[in-house]
Each structure stands twice: as structure tokens, then as C-alpha cells.
Design a binder for this molecule. Structure first.
Ligand code: ADP
Ligand code: ADP
Length: 219
């Protein structure tokens, strides 16, 4: 199992953000986490990536407990936060090289993630010179650097124009069959375009969990 969430709850003061959430995601699944703004998507993703502690319940990523084994969890996960912090003054390769150092991955991996995310034509530029769509690709490339088994993408296409949106969706779809992808969005079409399963969250509770059959049939 790639992700296992058992009865997770989280409140911010009086505000209940997650109310006993449970689900399992198997290796290789691409799962959409669909819900309106404020439903609790970012909160759950921050718990899975160890940036936030749940009040109760437990979660495992690649078999590692997010509460007690943050380091192993972080090594298993590539995370694209909703507000992806990028160093605008750096060149694309400089930025990726900096993070490659942090993750202790070989420099040769930089060219691989540039190719994988379709960054090649813009890869000689400064991040400040890139369009929003290409900045998202830099975020994705960064999340892929240490070749994680699980990708957690928080609203990866929000704010992109239709063209960029389609391209990023294709990049995500083609990242690799062996990777587990858990992607949040408030747009059903996004789920239909990319995912083979959808988990719907509303007001901190799971309200549906369905396989998307048309994609299974198209395989
Ligand atoms: P989503 O990602 O689905 O938009 P969030 O997880 O960001 O939802 O938010 C879930 C709920 O928790 C919302 O009501 C939001 O306002 C609240 N919330 C999120 N972060 C905080 C915070 N740091 N402090 C207080 N309330 C928060
Ligand atoms: P994100 O969903 O990526 O956290 P937001 O723009 O929703 O981004 O929130 C920005 C910051 O404010 C985040 O740290 C989030 O946790 C926090 N936040 C979100 N909603 C609330 C809220 N109702 N009260 C206080 N802080 C909040």
C-alpha cells in the first residue's frame, strides 16, 4: 500500500478541518482528491507530507508512519505545495542543482527531470522569466528529483491558462506507471483527464470514493 489514512482528524482551534478521514491508495494508482475550497484537501496533504501533525488517527506512506518516521516519509514523497516556493532569481538548473544537493541526488538526475517535465526549451532561463505553467514544471521537476515512489500534488493546475493546463496534465499523466500520484483539485474535469480514481471530500469528510471506469476501459 502506498498511502494508508486511518481516521485522521484535525482542527485549527474551533475550526474542524478533517473529521475521521480514512482511505487507502495502492501502488501505481493516480487518485484525484476532489473538493471545494476549504474542504480540507491541503490540510490532509500537509499531514501526509509531515508538515502538519494530525490531532488523532494515523497515516502511513510507503509503510512509514507520518508521525514517527518523518524522514523516511519525506524520502518516499515528492510534494508540490499549492503555493510552490521558487527562487525567482535562480536559473532553472541552478535551482534544481541546489535541491539536488539538499536531497543528495546525483547531478545527472537534473537532466532527467528536465526531460520528464518537458522543461528543455526553457531550461536555460531564470525562473523569473518563465510563465506560470513552466514554473509549475520546475516545481514538478523538483518534486521528482529524488525519484520518489509517491507524488503529492496540491492543486497543480490552479491559475493556469487552458493551454498550459493541458500540457501539465499530460506531463503528470506521463510521469510513470510505477509512481503513485495523489492530486488535489476542485475541478472534476481535471480528475477525468488524469486520474483512475476519485476521492471526494467536503467539509472535512469523505463523501465518495469511486474508480473511473472509462479510463480503465481505455487502457
Ligand atoms: P482546501 O485545501 O480543501 O481548500 P484547507 O485544508 O486549506 O482546505 O482548509 C480546511 C479548513 O481549515 C478551512 O476551513 C480553512 O479555512 C481552515 N484552515 C486551513 N488552514 C488553517 C490555519 N492555518 N488556521 C486556521 N484555519 C485553517
Ligand atoms: P494553502 O491552502 O496552501 O495553505 P491558503 O492560501 O489557503 O494556502 O492559506 C495560506 C496560509 O494560511 C496557509 O498556511 C494556511 O494553512 C493558512 N490558512 C488557511 N486558511 C486559514 C484560516 N481560515 N485561518 C488562518 N489561516 C489560514
Amino acid at each position: 500500500m502506498s498511502i494508508e489514512v486511518n481516521s485522521i482528524s484535525k482542527s485549527y482551534g474551533e475550526q474542524k478541518a478533517l473529521n475521521e478521514i480514512s482511505f487507502k491508495i495502492e501502488k501505481g494508482e493516480i487518485v484525484g482528491f476532489l473538493g471545494p475550497n476549504g474542504a480540507g484537501k491541503s490540510t490532509l496533504m500537509k499531514i501526509l507530507t509531515t508538515y502538519l501533525l494530525a490531532d488523532s488517527g494515523s497515516a502511513l506512506v510507503n509503510g512509514h508512519d507520518v508521525m514517527t518516521n518523518a524522514k523516511a516519509v519525506q524520502q518516499s514523497i515528492g510534494y508540490l505545495p499549492e503555493h510552490n516556493p521558487l527562487y525567482l532569481d535562480l536559473y532553472v538548473r541552478e535551482y534544481l542543482a541546489f535541491n539536488a544537493d539538499v536531497y543528495k541526488v546525483p547531478k545527472s538526475r537534473i537532466e532527467e527531470v528536465i526531460q520528464l517535465t518537458g522543461l528543455t526549451p526553457e531550461s536555460h532561463k531564470k525562473i523569473s522569466q518563465l510563465s506560470k505553467g513552466y514554473r509549475q514544471r520546475v516545481g514538478l521537476a523538483n518534486a521528482l528529483l529524488h525519484n520518489p515512489d509517491v507524488l503529492i500534488l496540491d492543486e497543480p493546475t490552479t491559475g493556469l491558462d487552458p493551454n498550459q493546463l493541458m500540457e501539465i496534465r499530460n506531463v503528470i499523466k506521463n510521469i510513470g506507471k510505477d509512481k503513485t500520484i495523489f492530486l488535489s483539485t476542485h475541478i472534476m474535469q481535471e480528475v477525468e483527464a488524469i486520474c483512475d480514481r476519485v476521492i471526494i471530500i467536503d467539509k472535512g469528510q469523505i463523501v465518495a470514493d469511486n474508480k473511473l471506469d472509462h479510463l480503465v476501459a481505455a487502457d
